[in-house]
Design a binder for this molecule. Structure first.
Ligand code: AMP
Length: 949
């Protein structure tokens, strides 16, 4: 927080402006800790028509756009003041005025913008002895976006008895941090609650941006850093230590930023500087220019004993191999022939007229003949020993690097690890001290290699992702350096197993539960198998297979239907914690549930930090059945523990009112949240939300729980935009969904979200939940649009039956619409499973390029539904009507002011034109632009002529 004003921190008089003079009064007092404070008070409760103003001094806002105002005040309850009926009020109003500088001490009401009417939560509380004590209220309001340099706050009293104990004004900042070796500066949060400010990181010293992957982060309105993308990596010569790059030590080098670690100098090389990208060869040792720095340096070693014999114009040459071949046997020889003048000695290459037998180069044997030489000429012959790696040197350079590691065997493939073994290379050319295993994710665009080293001929590579293809290569290391990598080997890790494994990583208690369940099942299996086996013994072997295949081996914690409990109270207490009502503080009503009010409040459990919670209450005068149904939701929710499933804190059943206490989801239900922030999120953010919902559903389906009413209205969103599945209960709880209607098959069904087989013959399965999930995807990508718009339920059923499906929402990446269509396969076996959906979305998030949609290029199926989503633009008579149809009427004035009075002129607009209207939200720009393009296409179709753009 960055504090702009804190009235409590000021020791001298505040000297705010108060008008009229008999209204607000500055009074010195003591706060609850007996610290001296300045307060303003007013209490003109006897006189009618009060209008008392109090204005703060000018508050310079710096670069903040969204300002928080925290007020602490006490307010007297009018009932406690005798004889004030009719004149006494219990609220006051908060205003602000933006200015670029101080504006003097006069106060003009009409220049102020109202922020809110402030009321006390409670005017009084009852003290221990029954006396009434004044209660300190705290209220926070947010103002913004602010555009001027500063502002004033003003408090209008209309006849209440108020003491303003403290006024604190602040804004939120994401504080400078280092992430992925990039520094992100202090960043002031955006102007809107939902805005994420994108910030580019600067690489720390001695680091550089990874190619095409520059570091970015997003500063949320809450002052938290979110969604890191891209990274910096340490430059050649430097390696990462914590949040910094440190130079490689002496005797070490790192040749490229891609390498993770500094390596020891290869054989016969050294460096005495820190931060080297390569090592220099020891005296008398060499390395070719084209050699990578990882290659060892080798010594010169000459061919010896070159002898010749001349026969007319033919010369025979013979020599001994170099003394040191370094163990390498791919040495060949080459002859360089030059003809030299006698005096002074100047030589030129012999040229093509001279012949060599068997060849001039590539000689394996240590002799050759040179023919067709000129008579009486002076020739010089040099014999070079050349090896397979380099033929640069005129001296005899020999390499002893080991040959390829080619025979690799996959020993064990698991979800997150792969065990490999291999044979020593055929030509080790020395003692192999180490193997290097290099691997990367096959489908990753910017290939990032990782390496593992092993001293033996096997290794286990850990920390891999499940169901992911990796490519492995291995090379050997000897004193002479690394050999070349062997062939690539592709291995795919196993699919991620059921939730048991996922959740067991989070919660060791579940492992025990899982083992216990598994144990029981095995027992049942054996007993069952035995009995059935006996019973069917005469019928032959098929007897066993039928019942056995009915036994689903769960491998995971399984959902238990609370209805199977005879005593529903036992079910509740089996799965939900009974809370003491005194730990719960109800603060305000936030919604209406089927059984009573839904409130927000706080839960303070002994020894734990207090937390925000939602509290569902059961209204008074309930029947026993209502109580059972109400608590049923807790019995279901209490069985779940997943970050994308709303978490139950506990229940109060032993006091009144009966309550269910749930984690608080600040942003309420997803459908309303999206409608409120129409067009304001990036596709990645939307896909992130969808990923969360799919992960929650994967968990539920792994538990064997079928939701039956998955819809955006039943997803809750918290302040970090995390989506969680909610609304649990038994099938009949759907009856409470206002979207659910009676169908001919009996029971109420939310038709637009429900798979055809569930509508027709109540076949509710995880596959029907997948269908609903597809509809949720559509709701999310269209920012809370109603599926199938205003079509009737009957028409929806008919259209689906005839094969029509919802078209892609505006600007929806084609890949996402394809996934929706897959979820809406008629044959439920063809629909993807939730785990597949999660991994598809993960891939999209990892490769944001797959989510790019050029404006207006979304493919829409040609079906009658098309007309529903694409208004007929030629039918609009004015720009205003058009803007209304695409829900962008808020920009009507922008269009008018810029002179776009007719639809024809709008149809000619480019994206730059749209931006120049002052429409800053990218989502809105896209929505408008894509609508303009459709309009253009429709006009073209209608008039048969092109609109020139
Ligand atoms: P429900 O009875 O679950 O449909 O809840 C009624 C309304 O209360 C919902 O539409 C939400 O707006 C709100 N609500 C329910 N649970 C929570 C929660 N955990 N956090 C915040 N709001 C909630």
């Amino acid at each position: 927080l960055v504090i702009l004003l804190d009235s409590k921190a000021q020791q001298t008089e505040l000297e705010w402006i108060s008008y009229p003079p008999n209204g607000w009064e500055e009074i010195s007092g003591l706060d609850e800790n007996y610290t001296p404070i300045r307060t303003y008070q007013v209490c003109q409760v006897m006189e009618p028509n009060q209008n008392n103003w109090l204005r703060t001094n000018w508050i310079e806002k710096g670069n903040a756009q969204r300002i928080f105002v925290e007020l602490k005040f006490t307010l007297r309850d009018c009932n406690s003041l005798p004889g004030v009926v009719g004149t006494c009020k219990e609220t006051f109003n908060l205003y602000y005025q933006e200015t670029d500088s101080e504006v003097g001490r006069s106060l003009r009401e009409n220049q102020y913008v109202k922020i809110d009417t402030i009321a006390a939560d409670e005017s009084f509380t009852q003290g221990d002895l029954g006396e009434r004590k004044m209660k300190l209220n705290t209220e926070v309001r947010i103002i913004g976006p602010l555009s001027r340099r500063g502002f004033y706050l003003a408090f209008q009293d209309v006849g209440a008895c108020i003491a303003l104990v403290s006024v604190k004004v602040y804004y939120k900042k994401c504080w400078s941090i280092i992430e992925n070796l990039a520094t992100f500066p202090d960043t002031v949060t955006g102007s809107e609650f939902s805005s994420l400010v994108e910030v580019e990181g600067a690489c720390v010293s001695d680091a550089e941006e990874e190619a095409d992957n520059s570091p970015k982060m997003h500063c949320s309105a809450e002052g938290e850093w979110l969604v890191p993308i891209g990274k910096c990596i340490c430059k050649a010569g430097f390696h990462q230590k914590g949040d910094a790059c440190e130079p490689c030590g002496r005797g070490f080098y790192k040749s490229s930023s891609q390498d993770l670690q500094c390596s020891r100098c290869p054989a016969h090389s050294f460096n005495d500087r820190e931060g080297s990208w390569r090592c220099d060869c020891d005296d008398g040792y060499y390395r070719a220019l084209s050699d990578p720095p990882s290659v060892a340096c080798t010594s010169e070693s000459a061919c010896s004993n070159l002898v010749y014999n001349i026969n007319q114009t033919t010369v025979g040459l013979e020599w001994n191999p170099p003394a040191d071949t370094g163990g390498r046997n791919d040495v060949t020889y080459r002859v360089i022939c030059r003809r030299c003048s006698w005096e002074p000695e100047e030589c030129v290459p012999c040229g093509p007229n001279v012949g060599y037998s068997p060849a001039q180069s590539g000689l394996v044997d240590t002799y050759l003949s040179v023919v067709d030489l000129l008579a009486h000429a002076n020739y010089t012959f040099e014999v070079e020993a050349v090896n397979g790696v380099s033929d640069l040197s005129r001296t005899q350079r020999l390499f002893a690097a080991p040959s390829q590691v080619s025979e690799v065997i996959k020993e064990k493939v698991q979800q997150r690890s792969i065990q490999l073994s291999w044979q020593e290379p055929q030509q080790p050319n020395g003692v192999i001290t180490e193997y290097e295993i290099k691997y990367y994710e096959k489908d990753q665009k910017d290939r990032v290699y990782s390496t593992v080293r092993s001293k033996s001929t096997s290794a286990t590579v850990n920390n891999l992702k499940p169901s992911t293809a990796y490519v492995f290569q291995i090379r050997a290391f000897t004193e002479a350096g690394y050999g070349t990598f062997g062939p690539r080997l592709e291995i795919t890790t196993q699919e991620e197993a059921t939730a048991a494994i996922v959740s067991s990583e989070q919660n060791p208690v579940i492992i025990i539960a899982v083992v216990a369940v598994a144990g029981t099942i095995i027992l049942v299996f054996m007993v069952f198998g035995f009995i059935i086996g006996r019973r069917y013994a005469l019928a032959g072997p098929i007897g066993l297979s039928a019942p056995v295949s009915l036994l689903k081996f769960p491998g995971t914690k399984t959902y238990i239907d609370p209805e199977t409990y005879e005593d529903p109270n036992r079910a509740v207490h089996q799965f939900a914690k009974e809370l003491d009502a005194s730990c719960i503080k109800i603060e305000r009503v936030i919604g209406a549930g089927e059984f009573g009010e839904v409130c927000s409040g706080r839960l303070k459990l002994p020894g734990k930090r207090d937390m925000s919670v939602a509290i569902k209450t059961l209204k008074v005068g309930y029947t026993e059945k209502q109580r059972r149904d109400f608590l049923c939701e807790a019995s279901v929710m209490g069985q779940f523990d997943h970050p994308n499933v709303v978490h139950l804190e506990g229940v109060v059943t032993r006091g009144k009112p009966v309550m269910i206490v749930i984690e608080y989801m600040e942003n309420g239900s997803l459908d309303g949240f999206l409608r409120k922030h129409d067009g304001q999120f990036t596709v990645i953010q939307l896909v992130g939300m969808l990923r969360g919902i799919a992960a929650g559903m994967r968990y539920l389906s792994d538990m064997g729980y079928v939701h039956r009413d998955l819809a955006a209205r039943n997803i809750l969103v918290n302040s970090n935009l995390v989506c969680k599945v909610s609304d649990f209960g038994l099938s009949r709880v759907i009856d409470d969904d206002p979207e659910a209607v009676y169908t001919t098959t009996g029971g109420k069904i939310p038709v637009r979200w429900t798979a055809p087989e569930a509508i027709q013959y109540r076949k509710f399965t995880s596959a029907s939940d997948v269908w609903s999930y597809g509809v949720v995807m559509w709701e999310v990508m269209s920012y809370g649009e109603r599926p199938y718009w205003d079509m009737s339920n009957q028409d929806v059923i008919k259209a689906i039956e005839e094969g029509y499906r919802l078209p892609a929402p505006m600007d929806c990446p084609p890949g996402l619409h394809q996934l929706m269509l897959d979820c809406w396969q008629k044959d439920r076996a063809e629909r993807p499973k939730f785990d597949q959906i999660v991994s598809i979305l993960d891939k999209m998030i990892r490769n944001p390029n797959t989510l790019k949609t050029p404006v207006g290029t979304c493919t829409r199926p040609i079906s009658p539904l098309l007309d529903q989503s694409t208004p007929d633009f030629t039918a609009f008579r004015s720009v205003g009507e058009w803007l209304e149809a695409i829900k962008m009427e808020r920009y009507r004035d922008n269009f008018t002011a810029a002179g776009y009075g007719s639809l024809e002129s709008v149809a000619r607009m480019s994206i730059e034109d749209v931006m120049s209207l002052g429409i800053t939200l990218v989502g809105h720009q896209k929505k408008i632009m894509s609508s303009i393009q459709t309009m253009r296409a429709q006009m073209l179709h209608l008039h048969g002529t092109g609109v020139q753009v």
